[in-house]
Ligand binder design. Structure first.
Ligand SMILES: Nc1ncnc2c1ncn2[C@@H]1O[C@H](COP(=O)(O)OP(=O)(O)O)[C@@H](O)[C@H]1O
Ligand SMILES: Nc1ccn([C@H]2C[C@H](O)[C@@H](COP(=O)(O)OP(=O)(O)O)O2)c(=O)n1
Length: 228
């Protein structure tokens, strides 16, 4: 661009748990002055609401019937992302084990996905300067016209080691098994499963530091911006 102003750019980052989506997306967005949306946090938030309201999450029709009820609001500043449900800050409780173990079942319900997908598209289209959106189906379903699509991968061992490093004292084997189970549920569901878009750039982060992954994605975004 001749006047040097950065072009708005929409970046989709997908991949399984522990591949570095959140850390990479936040850092890239902060570095490039973009907004940031953690779509996993939205699925966690609606799951938290279901649990808190006594909804039987094993019953998809019960989940579907109330999918439109909670008001979920995401703050998209990469330096301080926020998430509220009906005005309550749920950033901490949505990371608890109970929500983690139930989120795949809730997010497999088509009515939940339709509701959250609509929210995500509204947020992305109103982010004036551009946005990094991370999740499982962003490049395939939510934003199929994104300027850049990245699919992060890493070995189950590396991902489990990263996750158990976060969950103080968590057993590596148990963490690995839980993570593989959640991946299988997310990749195996009928409605917009975890999948790499045909035009996504795959980055295997197993042997890369977080800083290397961030640099790689920043370079890819800058190349896209320059070509716009
Ligand atoms: N390339 C990497 N090397 C080592 N640790 C990493 C790397 N990428 C991310 N991490 C760490 O792994 C953990 C999970 O990363 P996160 O970004 O939450 O992954 P995801 O959003 O894909 O589940 C975090 O503690 C993060 O700091
Ligand atoms: N776009 C998305 C994002 C997340 N989900 C679901 C499936 C995931 O297991 C959960 C939680 O996602 P989250 O990104 O918070 O998961 P991790 O950080 O990898 O533990 O939400 C989804 O179905 N679609």
């Amino acid at each position: 661009m001749e006047n040097g102003a950065a072009q708005p750019v929409i970046v989709a980052i997908d991949g399984p748990s522990g591949t570095g989506k959140s850390s990479t997306s936040k850092a890239v967005a902060a570095q490039l002055g973009l907004s940031y949306l953690d779509t996993g946090a939205q699925y966690r938030a609606i799951t938290w609401w279901m649990v808190n309201n006594g909804i039987d999450i094993e019953d998809p029709s019960a989940v579907a019937a109330v999918a439109g009820k909670p008001e979920i609001v995401s703050g998209t500043d990469p330096k301080g992302p926020t998430i509220t449900v009906d005005g309550v800050d749920v950033a901490v409780p949505i990371r608890e084990q109970d929500v983690t173990s139930k989120v795949s079942a809730v997010s497999a319900v088509p009515e939940v996905r339709a509701r959250i997908t609509e929210l995500q598209r509204t947020i992305a289209s109103s982010a004036g300067g551009g946005i990094v959106v991370e999740g499982r189906d962003i490049g395939t379903t939510v934003l199929p016209d994104a300027d850049l699509k990245i699919f992060l991968t890493a070995s189950p061992e590396a991902r489990a080691a990263r996750r158990s490093g976060e969950l103080k004292g968590a057993d590596l084997h148990t963490t690995r098994e839980a993570l593989i189970k959640r991946d299988a549920a997310d990749a195996g569901r009928k409605t917009s499963p975890l999948a790499k878009a045909g035009d996504a750039v795959e980055v295997d982060t197993t042997d890369l530091t977080l800083q290397q992954v961030i640099e790689c994605v920043v370079t890819l975004v800058e190349e896209k911006r320059a070509a716009k």
